[in-house]
Design a protein around this ligand. Structure first.
Ligand code: ATP
Length: 624
């Protein structure tokens, strides 16, 4: 489901900027003050040339003389006073500029936070295939690098645009006042420079896009290589893979160099265009001394203002370049925002968070009845479930490389039935589960839950009722408690009970911090089998109506596996259950075994019957 209204564009950015109108006005007032404070500076010293050195008293001396005692009417005093005034004005300018920068930074940072939050709101809605396509580094680089590029543009524009334009207008006004022909020329020159530079700056967009794509490729390769450190070190291929990362780093560097120098070159070209105009202007100013009554002091002042003009002109040029960079980044961000979302998962992040908390049904139930803050108790955790009834009707699905993985697949699992799913490795067992959980959509056919098509039943509703234990469970950064509860309020007794069910309680009781032991960012602290048992405990806590065990005990020794399965026996009997396993002893829990081959269910029955049949089951367990 697309959400075109959620695209990032100039209009959206403008809305966001205008949402900070009050702060923006304040910040601009401070910026105007800074400009006004700095505006007289170029004029003061040059005017001393006319009034003091060339002895032609004007407004400066006319202002100073009445307020100074006669004894101080001396050139040295005037120069010193003007010097002090210039220093004070420069210091005040700097001070107001600091305050102004702080205010603009605050606004820009809030807007970039907004953009980042938009991306973070999009991630929970994105289809799993998008995560597979972009990878963690690709998504992270968009949420970090591209958002930073947009922020830089917003920040540059907010802090510089109005003030640069005002400064140019102010300088043009002073120049008009000093000499209207020169003032007019400056007014005409600037739009021409801005127009030409915007033509040059257009090239920057593709350069920036390429650099950001190269950053993404480099990050992905680096993350993948770091993640595979053990395997690569054992295979003594670490250097080879780091060479590839070096290659991507140097590609990134080349793109960055191309972007940097070409951007600089184009920027300089824009500035040189301005300088050429400036040289014409200067020649004209000198000429004006000959043909008009412009004094030498005024010429100094005009030249000072011209130099003063460089700053805002350069700022405006930078804004142009930042704009094209931001446009390229917004396109990359929009590529994510434009993706089809999981049509079934349109809850907001907040709603999802609430939902995750409510997912532990015992917690929700108890908070309704006792108001004890949502504590799940042991009795609730053992409440039998009504089970779920699952139906696949003519479901077809495939990937690019395996287009006909499922071919009109039909499958029925009754409420509270335990079904073992068997197939060759790569036969599609995990994909079937992913289809059931709504991570992939069938290309044709229909999946129904309790007799209702999935779209009507609602995948979120289904997910609330499913306890899925994958072969390689993932941890979130945090404590064991957080990894068991995913943020839900569950009392310690229940958590320990879950650990006991999963045969993990003895191990955890030896940890000095027990349930609050930090498991870190990765699963490094837990063995593969401990990780699987943690996932089983997590599943047990959610009291699902449908349990999916996807090679869930493959890393356990047979003795521990037998204990865990014995602990769970009653719990599983009272629920619908899909068991994916390669070992025969796991199949004993199943009421029925389904054998999947070439995208269809080819055998169905209990162990005893299937052992008699010629078919894939016999092949798979030939040695047993
Ligand atoms: N995200 C994906 N993109 C492309 N192809 C995929 C994807 N996931 C799985 N496949 C392909 O689909 C086929 C079935 O994969 P699946 O993981 O479902 O098999 P499986 O039966 O669970 O295998 P195993 O028993 O080895 O875990 C494989 O050929 C696999 O390469």
């Amino acid at each position: 489901m697309q959400q075109p209204h959620s695209r990032l564009n100039w209009a959206w950015l403008k809305l966001k900027v205008l949402a900070h109108k009050r702060q923006l006005i304040q910040a601009n007032l401070i910026a105007v003050t800074a400009t006004l404070l700095s505006l007289p500076i170029p004029m003061l010293m040059p005017f001393l040339v006319d009034e003091v050195l060339l002895n032609k008293p004007g407004w400066l001396l006319n202002t100073l003389q009445p307020i100074l005692p006669q004894s101080m009417h001396r050139a040295g005093i005037y120069i010193a006073i003007v010097l002090v005034a210039v220093i004070v004005l420069r210091l005040l300018t700097m001070l107001t500029q600091v305050v102004q920068a702080r205010e603009f930074t605050k606004i820009a940072k809030r807007i970039s936070l907004d953009v980042r939050q938009r991306m973070l709101l999009q991630l929970p809605n994105m289809q799993i295939s998008a995560f597979e396509k972009y990878g963690s580094a690709g998504l992270a680089s968009r949420c970090i690098t591209d958002v930073d590029t947009v922020e830089r543009f917003v920040s540059d524009t907010l802090s510089r645009l109005i003030i640069s334009v005002l400064t140019i207008v102010a300088i043009a006004s002073v120049l008009l006042w000093l000499n209207w022909q020169l003032g007019l020329m400056i007014i005409l020159l600037n739009p021409l420079v801005i127009y030409l530079s915007s033509r040059f700056a257009g090239h920057v967009k593709s350069l920036r896009r390429k650099e950001n794509a190269a950053t993404e490729a480099f990050q992905q390769a680096l993350v993948d290589t770091i993640d595979a450190t053990r395997e690569l070190r054992l295979a003594q291929q670490e250097k080879h893979y780091y060479q590839q990362v070096f290659g991507l780093a140097s590609q990134l560097s080349q793109h960055a160099i191309a972007n940097q120098w070409k951007t600089d070159a184009l920027n300089k070209l824009s500035f040189t265009t301005f300088l050429l105009g400036f040289e014409c202007f200067r020649a004209m100013a000198i000429f004006m001394v000959l043909i008009s009554d412009l004094s030498v002091g005024q010429i100094f002042a005009i030249f000072s203002y011209l130099w003063y003009l460089m700053g805002p002109i350069q700022e405006l040029l930078n804004i142009q370049y930042a704009r094209f960079g931001a446009q390229a980044s917004m396109e990359r961000l929009n590529a994510l925002l434009d993706l089809d979302t999981e049509s079934v998962n349109t809850d907001s992040l907040d709603a999802n968070t609430v939902e995750v908390k409510a997912r532990v049904k015992g917690a929700a139930q108890l908070s309704e009845t006792s108001g004890s803050g949502g504590q799940l108790n042991a009795v609730n955790a053992l409440t039998p479930s009504t089970g779920l009834q699952i139906q696949f009707d003519n479901v077809s699905f495939g990937f690019e490389e395996t287009p006909h993985l499922f071919n009109q697949l039909n499958l029925h699992i009754a409420a509270n039935e335990s079904v073992a799913l068997l197939a060759m490795s790569g036969g599609g067992k995990s994909t079937l589960v992913n289809l059931l959980l709504g991570f992939y959509q069938p290309q044709s056919g229909q999946i129904s839950i309790n007799g209702q098509p999935m779209a009507e039943y609602g995948v979120n509703q289904l997910r609330r009722q499913v306890g899925y234990v994958p072969q390689h469970p993932k941890l979130i950064a945090g404590s064991l408690r957080e990894n068991l509860t995913f943020g839900a309020q569950i009392d310690d007794a229940t958590l320990w009970q879950a650990l006991e069910q999963a045969e993990l309680a003895t191990t955890v009781s030896r940890w000095s911090n027990g349930l609050d032991t930090d498991l870190g960012r990765s699963s490094a602290r837990l063995s593969g089998g401990q990780l699987q048992r943690l996932a089983i405990a997590r599943m047990w806590l959610t009291k699902p109506d449908l349990v999916i065990l996807d090679e869930a005990t493959s890393a356990l020794d047979t003795a521990t596996e037998a204990k865990v399965l014995a602990n769970l026996q009653l719990f599983l009997q009272q629920r619908s259950c899909i068991i994916i396993a390669h070992r025969l002893n796991n199949l004993t829990m199943a009421d029925r075994i389904l054998v999947l081959d070439n995208g269809k269910i080819v055998q169905s029955g209990n162990q005893a019957t299937l052992k008699q049949e010629t078919g894939l089951f016999k092949q798979l367990f030939a040695s047993n």
